[in-house]
Design a protein around this ligand. Structure first.
Ligand code: DI6
Ligand code: FE
Length: 406
């Protein structure tokens, strides 16, 4: 039997296809044909041929909606215990993010709360955050470990991430971030901790819990040499590499990541010209995180104009985490990418669709094109720029995930 086919009519489609003549790859009077979980055809309605449509085709009136690819949040730390509102207060009373980290707060305090939480508790706290993102049209999300920092707790985080993907209409990509911080039991023995990270990675990968590997290369994180050990292990195991690079200082992490053909380097406020060139040559995607820039009140901007002229693909993400970006709105990040980083609304939308897919190494989504996953969102807006323009509202009317209308 044929899988059920449906055709969406009465809509505009921002296909976000690269190299399209129209901005946003926009098709004014569009038709989309969905066959099972796959987008079978997308184009101008007048080009829709009768032989595309099976006998059992169902016609759906999109009521004039704008249709975009499902949004992809490609950098989150969504699974964690507790929160850091107290630390936010401390910062407002004069302490800096790095001061707090050095005094044993910061990431370490979330590690404590995450270790103390059961798998069920973690899942329930994280579900609230996930649901906010889904309400805005997210259909793929990356979730990092990195608040467990010991085998059983990193495993617990990754299992919760996987369980969220099983329980909700969203595709979850997991990233092992064992090298997020040095846990207290390894204080002053960070090289020993890197040994432990390599052991954890090997085991968790065998358990099927790891889709990619990340590290925090920074003076309050891990050195270049330590980061390279982690990359080498990831490469041996055939896992894609990502990096938290040049967030608080220029440590040359981007060049190292580029040498290992990292799929993305993230943050990048302090990225140097050499770093830009290295990423361009390696085809590494830049993931920009305006929420963390805003919340930490950074003043140094990522080199957007240089990334743009070097042809580095730019993605945008929430960085959802309790310390530097307690944010569960990807639409707000579109607006902030424009206002704070000066991306155009088209670049911002590409940043949460086509380029976010690149940042995860996924080539089956992120644009509306035949043969790709049928993940898309209907919006009650007239033009795609409205998605970046307005903040604090959500014009989503419907999500289609893997071909299923939610
Ligand atoms: N950079 C960040 O912005 C997050 N992690 C990282 O390496 C912050 C994590 C936290 O403060 O809990
Ligand atoms: Fe992060």
């Amino acid at each position: 039997m044929n899988s059920p086919t449906s055709v969406w009519l009465n809509c505009k489609a921002a296909t976000m296809q690269a190299g399209s003549v129209q901005p946003y790859g926009l098709i004014e009077d569009a038709a989309l044909v969905v066959n099972g979980s796959v987008l079978q055809w997308v184009g101008p309605r007048r080009d829709l041929s009768a032989d595309l449509l099976a006998n059992n085709t169902q016609t759906i009136d999109a009521k004039g909606a704008l249709i975009t690819p499902g949004l992809i949040d490609c950098h989150t730390h969504l699974v964690y215990g507790g929160n850091r509102a107290g630390e936010f207060e401390q910062r407002l009373n004069g302490a800096s993010y790095e001061d707090i980290a050095k005094a044993g707060g910061g990431i370490a305090s979330t590690v404590k709360a995450t270790r103390n939480a059961t798998e069920l508790e973690l899942a329930s706290q994280s579900t609230h955050r996930l649901l906010s993102l889904l309400a805005e049209g997210v259909t793929t999300i990356e979730i990092k470990s990195g608040y467990g920092l010991a085998l059983e707790h990193e495993r617990k985080m990754l299992r919760v991430a996987r369980s969220l993907g099983a329980a909700h209409p969203v595709s979850v990509q997991t990233t092992f971030l064992g090298a997020h911080a040095v846990p207290p039991e390894f204080a002053d023995r960070s090289d020993d901790y890197v040994d432990a990270v390599l052991d954890m990675l090997a085991l968790l990968h065998i358990e099927g819990l790891v889709d990619a590997v990340d590290a925090f290369c920074e003076r309050i994180g891990f050195s270049l040499a330590q980061t390279e050990r982690i990359f080498a292990a990831a490469k041996l195991q055939g896992l894609p590499i990502k990096l938290h690079a040049e967030q608080l200082s220029d440590s040359g992490g981007a060049q190292l990541a580029a040498r290992y053909h990292a799929i993305s380097c993230d943050h990048l406020e302090w990225l140097s010209d050499d770093g830009v060139q290295a990423m361009a040559l390696a085809g590494t995607t830049a993931v920009l995180l305006p929420g963390a820039f805003y919340f930490l009140r950074e003043t140094r901007l990522p080199p957007v104009a240089k990334l743009r002229s070097a042809g580095v693909a730019m993605a945008i993400s929430s960085d959802c985490n309790p310390g530097s970006s307690p944010c569960t709105s990807l639409l707000l990040m579109l607006n902030m990418a424009c206002t704070l980083f000066r991306l155009t609304p088209e670049e911002s939308l590409a940043g949460v669709t086509r380029n976010a897919a690149r940042a995860l190494g996924l080539n089956d989504r992120g644009v509306l094109a035949p043969g790709l996953r049928a993940d898309f969102v209907l919006w009650d807006v007239k033009s795609p720029a409205e998605l970046s323009y307005a903040f604090g509202s959500c014009p989503r009317t419907q999500t289609v995930f893997n071909g299923a209308v939610l």
